[in-house]
Design a protein around this ligand. Structure first.
Ligand code: FE2
Length: 221
């Protein structure tokens, strides 16, 4: 073999070795990622099952579909609870604009409850709610803050802030659920969830506008 031929054979061998090393590294990284993902899911499942034992439905979450149903139960609890909570918030608000926005969202929330019931039905599942500790915490915090405030404008600001915290929780939940529904291959369910997601986003934007208007009014006063 000539020197040139030997050189190009060496280079080809080196490239092959590099390629197989890269492939090996890639496979190892992928396996590690899968392993981490599985470990995180397993930890969540253990914790979830532990917290649920002796409480409500004794369901074991094994698949994405199970997780999807459990999360539906969580948001179903949220929507039903909000149907009771929003009128109280509207009563406490002073600005007519804010009262109206909350009451409009109450009507939407009633639709959200019905839409979720439709989703449960489409999945051949009984509509059931699972206590959402996150929402309970947000409501508790809101009530504690409101108790301390006498000034009407400040109270309105607190109501908007609390309502937006709840909206953001709902946006996160519906965003995830719509994504999972698509992943599971149920585009009709995904569409329904996206419809609610859009309404939650619009409600959140409306609250931001009311908050900005109030800030401008205070600045002009
Ligand atoms: Fe909602």
């Amino acid at each position: 073999m000539t020197d040139d031929k030997q050189k190009s054979a060496d280079e080809a061998g080196w490239r092959d070795a590099q390629a197989s090393r890269l492939e090996r590294d890639f496979k190892a990284a992928r396996a590690e990622h899968r392993h981490e993902h599985a470990a995180a899911f397993e930890a969540w499942r253990t914790e979830h099952n532990r917290s649920q034992s002796g409480k409500e439905a004794d369901m074991t979450v094994k698949t994405l579909n199970d997780l999807f149903i459990e999360t539906l139960k969580d948001i179903y609890y949220v929507e039903k609870k909000l149907v009771k909570t929003l009128p109280k918030m509207a009563d406490k608000a002073s600005s007519d604009e804010l009262k109206e926005a909350i009451r409009d969202h109450l009507a939407e929330t009633e639709t959200h409850v019905q839409r979720l019931e439709q989703v449960f039905q489409m999945l051949d599942q009984k509509a059931s709610a699972k206590t959402c500790e996150a929402l309970e915490g947000l409501i508790r915090e809101a009530e504690e803050t409101m108790e301390e405030i006498d000034d009407e404008q400040t109270l309105d600001a607190a109501i908007i802030s609390s309502a937006q915290s709840v909206e953001h929780y709902e946006i996160a939940r519906y965003g995830t659920l719509a994504c999972w529904a698509a992943e599971i291959g149920n585009s009709e369910v995904a569409e329904l969830l996206e419809q609610t997601l859009d309404e939650e986003k619009a409600a959140d934007e409306k609250l931001s506008t009311i908050a900005e208007d109030a800030v401008n009014q205070r600045a002009a006063a």
